[in-house]
Design a protein around this ligand. Structure first.
Ligand code: PLP
Length: 404
C-alpha cells in the first residue's frame, strides 16, 4: 500500500467551494421548488462578446486546415500575446519577455509553490484567497494546526480588517521568505494604495523576502490613484512578481488563461534570477496555454475586444453597487464593492457559517462564509457580484425581506 502524503492529510476541511456546493445541494434536495441564486463562488456568468467568440471560433477552424494547424507552442506563451499584455495592460512598464502566459493564476500559484519549495516560509493576508495557504500546506511549507486549530503553524497570518484599514501591521510581522498579497483583495474587496504597497515593498526589501502580488481583480480598479499592478510602485522590480488572469477580467474562468510577470531584477539569495528557475518550472511542468485560447486572449486585448471586456466589467461592477447599496440600507457594515467585485459584510452576532446557512435556507441565496478565507473572516460573509442582473436584483429583494 502507498502511504498517504501527510501534507494532504493536514488539510482539515475540504476546499471551501466544494463544501459550499455540498450544502447548496442539500438545500435543493429539501426544497426542490426553490430557485437558488448564487452570489457565492465568484464565478463569472455573462456570455463572451461576439468579437472574442469569433476569434476563438476562427482559431478552432484554423486548426482544421494544413496552414492553420499548430501543435506545441512556446511554453512561455505566444510572442504577440506577451507583447500585447506588456503594452496594453502594463503600458510598457514590464517587458514582453518578463510575461509568462499560463492557464490561470491558480495554476501559476501552485507552480510558484513548487518552485519555491517545501522550505519556504510564508505570510498571507488574513483573510485571503484559500489557495495561498492550502497550496503551501500541500507542498509541506507548514506544520500542523496551532493550539486553537484556526491557523497553520509556520504560516504568518497578516490580519487585515477594518481596524487597520485592511493593511497589515508590518512592524509586528516576522520575516518570511514569501509574502502573498492580493489587491483588490478576495474576499474583502480592499484595494491597497500606492503608499501602502510602497511600505510593503520596503518591508520585503529590508527582509530580503519575495512578494507574490495577485492582481487577478486589477481590471475592477477605476480609481486612477490606485495601482493596478505592483510594478507601478517604485522599487518593486527587485522584490516582487505578479500573477494575473483573464478569468475575472474577460469572463475566461472556464476558457482558462492567465499570466505571470517575473522581472529580470528579481533574484534569489545566491544571485540566480528567479526568472531562470521560473522558466525551468514552466517548461518542465507546464506545456504552455492552449493555442486556441491565446488567440482569444489576443482578441480581448485588441481595441474592439478591450471595450467589450470593459463593458462586461462595468456590468459586474453595477451589480456590486446594487448589492452594496442594499446591504448598507439593511444596516449592515459593508466593505468593498467599489473597485472590486466583492462586498464583505459583517453579520453582527453570528458566525460566518451560521450566517451563510441562514441566508441559504431563508432567502435561498448562496454566499461565501468569511471564515473560509482565514480566521479574521469569522463573522463576515462575502457577496459576489458575478451574476445575471435579474438574479442579483431578486437576491437583494429576498435579502431585504428575510434579513432586513
Ligand atoms: N487569485 C484570486 C485572488 C482569485 O480570487 C482567483 C479566482 O477566484 C484566482 C486567483 C484564480 O484565477 P484563475 O481562474 O486565473 O486560476
Amino acid at each position: 500500500m502507498v502511504e498517504r502524503n501527510p501534507n494532504l492529510a493536514k488539510l482539515r476541511a475540504g476546499y471551501l467551494f466544494p463544501e459550499i456546493a455540498r450544502r447548496k445541494k442539500a438545500v435543493i434536495e429539501e426544497n426542490p421548488e426553490a430557485k437558488i441564486i448564487s452570489l457565492g463562488i465568484g464565478d463569472t456568468t455573462e456570455p463572451l462578446s461576439g468579437g472574442i467568440v469569433s476569434s476563438l471560433v476562427e482559431a478552432c477552424r484554423g486548426m482544421g486546415t494544413l496552414e492553420g494547424y499548430s501543435g506545441y507552442g512556446a511554453e512561455q506563451g505566444m510572442g504577440d500575446l506577451r507583447e500585447k499584455i506588456a503594452e496594453k495592460l502594463y503600458r510598457g512598464i514590464v517587458k514582453p519577455e518578463e510575461v509568462y502566459v499560463s492557464d490561470g493564476a491558480k495554476c501559476d500559484t501552485g507552480r510558484l509553490q513548487v518552485m519555491f519549495g517545501a522550505e519556504a516560509t510564508v505570510a498571507v493576508q488574513d483573510p485571503s484567497y484559500p489557495v495561498y495557504v492550502d497550496g503551501s500546506v500541500i507542498l509541506g511549507q507548514t506544520g500542523g494546526y496551532n493550539d486553537d486549530a484556526s491557523q497553520f503553524d509556520g504560516i504568518e497570518y497578516m490580519r487585515c480588517d477594518a481596524s487597520n484599514n485592511f493593511f497589515p501591521d508590518l512592524s509586528a510581522l516576522p520575516r518570511t521568505d514569501l509574502i502573498y498579497f492580493c489587491s483588490p483583495n478576495n474576499p474583502t474587496g480592499a484595494v491597497a494604495t500606492k503608499e501602502q504597497l510602497k511600505e510593503l515593498i520596503d518591508f520585503a526589501k529590508k527582509n530580503r523576502s519575495i512578494l507574490i502580488f495577485d492582481a487577478a481583480y486589477s481590471a475592477y480598479i477605476e480609481d486612477p490613484e490606485l495601482p493596478r499592478s505592483i510594478f507601478e510602485v517604485e522599487g518593486s522590480r527587485e522584490v516582487a512578481l505578479e500573477i494575473n488572469s483573464f478569468s475575472k477580467m474577460a469572463g475566461f474562468t472556464g476558457v482558462r488563461l492567465g499570466w505571470s510577470v517575473v522581472p529580470q531584477e528579481l533574484k534569489f539569495e545566491d544571485g540566480t534570477p528567479v526568472s531562470k528557475d521560473w522558466n525551468r518550472v514552466v517548461t518542465t511542468l507546464f506545456n504552455g496555454a492552449s493555442n486556441l485560447v491565446q488567440k482569444g486572449g489576443l482578441a480581448c486585448l485588441s481595441d474592439a475586444g478591450y471595450s467589450e471586456v470593459e463593458e462586461m466589467i462595468h456590468y459586474y461592477k453595477t451589480n456590486a453597487t446594487i448589492i452594496k447599496k442594499a446591504l448598507t440600507e439593511m444596516g449592515l457594515e459593508v466593505y468593498g464593492g467599489v473597485n472590486s467585485p466583492y462586498c464583505w459584510a459583517r453579520m453582527e452576532g453570528k458566525g460566518s457559517w451560521e450566517a451563510f446557512e441562514e441566508i441559504l435556507t431563508q432567502a435561498f441565496v448562496v454566499t461565501t462564509p468569511g471564515a473560509g478565507f482565514g480566521p479574521a473572516g469569522e463573522g463576515f460573509v462575502r457577496f459576489s457580484s458575478f451574476g445575471h442582473r435579474d438574479d442579483v436584483e431578486e437576491a437583494v429583494e429576498r435579502l431585504r425581506k428575510h434579513l432586513g
